[in-house]
Design a protein around this ligand. Structure first.
Ligand SMILES: C[S@@+](CC[C@H](N)C(=O)[O-])C[C@H]1O[C@@H](n2cnc3c(N)ncnc32)[C@H](O)[C@@H]1O
Ligand code: SF4
Ligand code: SF4
Ligand code: SF4
Length: 415
């Protein structure tokens, strides 16, 4: 007799334990060291060579296999089953999909936590308008379907409308402007609507006192909220982001409630990330924390295959800063992969640095590389890097309480 996992079930080994990934149902099951060893042995040998089927001591192993069968994860075979076709990890080259254009580093707010270190006085922006226009075409020709105009405050860039018009003319499927919304007037709202634009904005509280303490711009809350009402009245798709830090950490529930009242879908606020002005321990909230990484994990055929070759979030994305630098994500500010003032976009995209960023898999990340969840667990490299004392790109995530070497989930996470 033989025992095999179903073809849609993949056994992933960690340092201590293993996990069965059911690519059909999406579930990931943890198995202990003994079960891992048993399943490993079953891959190569008949069951009779692995276990003594009649021995009382081995009954526990047979029961385990029986349980896997009941869960539709594996099957017993009388004759040796044919080997499944060799795994073909997804080698499809990654194309560009999404880009952020940081039109300016100027901002009328001076938020305490700003990763872009934006404010009213900044380095002069370096990308000429003609170059932004050509980049929109170049990126589209290279495969991009989604674009976000961001900053700093993108509405302080004098010709942002022309760039949005260009993105429309190039048939981007998704065009978003990420704005603090303090400068939005009626004609901007009309423009968003007539160009099928999506809008993203940010609130830090449900009241001016706390919000303006974060933005350091008195009156900003009233302006942002006023714009939110106008945007919603015009039925323009709107996302509201929210970031918590010490100054507004008691506002999480108020923000969620305000968004619910406004009828805007919102996910729980994120915690300030350690980049730019946000890289300051004194800003960290003490009473609010995002939940740490925990099971259940989910998988599917495509994401499982991709996780062997590409980063789950970065692959396919680039950000272009107001200085012309190409970085893999707006938060990965020190991972410069080239500059579009000196090179065509295609050359940066084909360069080694960006390819390496896109190909950062958990097989390279400290600790994760020995974890059985590494092909299902999500990852934010800039966050892991920013939280690491040595600012290492391949540092493990600070908010993971799992120890793959003991197979145990620790109670406390020390961020
Ligand atoms: C840099 S802003 C640019 C768009 C616009 N000026 C605004 O604030 O909405 C984009 C988003 O990044 C968030 N952000 C800025 N610095 C951050 C940090 N250190 N950690 C997490 N989010 C941050 C802001 O709160 C905002 O939601
Ligand atoms: S977070 Fe946005 S609004 Fe605040 S300073 Fe940075 S760019 Fe300006
Ligand atoms: S963060 Fe890394 S170690 Fe933690 S569960 Fe995910 S893959 Fe495993
Ligand atoms: S999750 Fe991390 S890597 Fe992905 S876009 Fe956000 S900051 Fe960048």
């Amino acid at each position: 007799m033989y025992y095999r996992l179903q073809d849609c079930c993949k056994l992933v080994e960690g340092a201590k334990r293993g996990a069965i990934y059911n690519l059909q149902t999406g579930k990931v099951f943890s198995v202990n060291a003994g079960a891992l060893q048993l399943l490993r042995a079953c891959r190569h040998s008949p069951l009779e060579d692995v276990l003594d089927i009649n021995a009382a001591d081995d009954k526990v192993y047979l029961d385990f296999l029986h349980r896997l069968t009941e869960m539709n994860l594996g099957s017993l075979y009388l004759a040796k089953p044919s080997e499944p076709a060799a795994e073909s990890p997804c080698e499809a080259p990654q194309k560009l999909d999404f880009l952020w254009l940081e039109l300016t580093s100027l901002c009328n707010n001076r938020c305490l936590h700003c990763y872009a270190t934006s404010g009213p006085c900044c380095e002069p922006d370096a990308v000429p308008h003609e170059r932004w226009l050509s980049l929109i075409s170049e990126a589209r020709a290279l495969g991009a379907t989604a674009i976000q105009l961001i900053g700093g405050e993108p509405m302080l860039y004098p010709h942002w409308r022309e760039l949005a018009e260009k993105a429309c003319a190039e048939n981007y499927e998704y065009i978003e402007i990420f704005t603090n919304a303090t400068l939005v007037d009626d004609s901007d709202v009309e423009f968003f609507a007539s160009h099928n634009m999506h809008v993203a904005t940010t609130i830090y509280a449900d009241n001016a006192q706390v919000h303006d303490t974060v933005t350091l711009n008195p009156g900003s809350f009233e302006k942002t909220l006023g714009a939110i009402h106008k945007i919603l009245a015009a039925k323009i798709p709107l996302r509201i982001a929210s970031i918590l830090m010490k100054a507004n950490e008691l506002e999480a529930a108020n923000i969620m409630e305000l968004c619910a009242k406004l009828g805007v879908e919102v996910s729980p606020p994120d915690v300030v990330r350690p980049t730019g002005r946000g890289d300051d321990k004194d800003l960290l909230p003490t009473a609010y924390a995002k939940p740490p990484i925990r099971p259940p994990f989910y998988t599917d055929e495509e994401s499982f295959a991709r996780a062997h070759n590409y980063h789950s979030c970065l692959a396919g994305k680039i950000a272009i800063t107001a200085g012309g630098d190409v970085i893999p994500c707006i938060f990965a500010r020190n991972q410069t992969c080239g500059n579009i003032l000196t090179k065509p976009l295609a050359e940066v995209l084909n360069g080694r640095s960006l390819d390496q960023c896109w190909r950062t898999t958990k097989d390279q990340v400290e600790k994760c590389k020995d974890c059985e969840y590494r092909y299902a667990c999500s990852d934010c490299r800039p966050l892991a890097q920013g939280s690491d004392s040595g600012k290492r790109w391949l540092a493990c995530s600070a908010d993971c309480p799992y120890n793959p070497y003991t197979g145990k989930w620790e109670e406390e996470v020390h961020v």
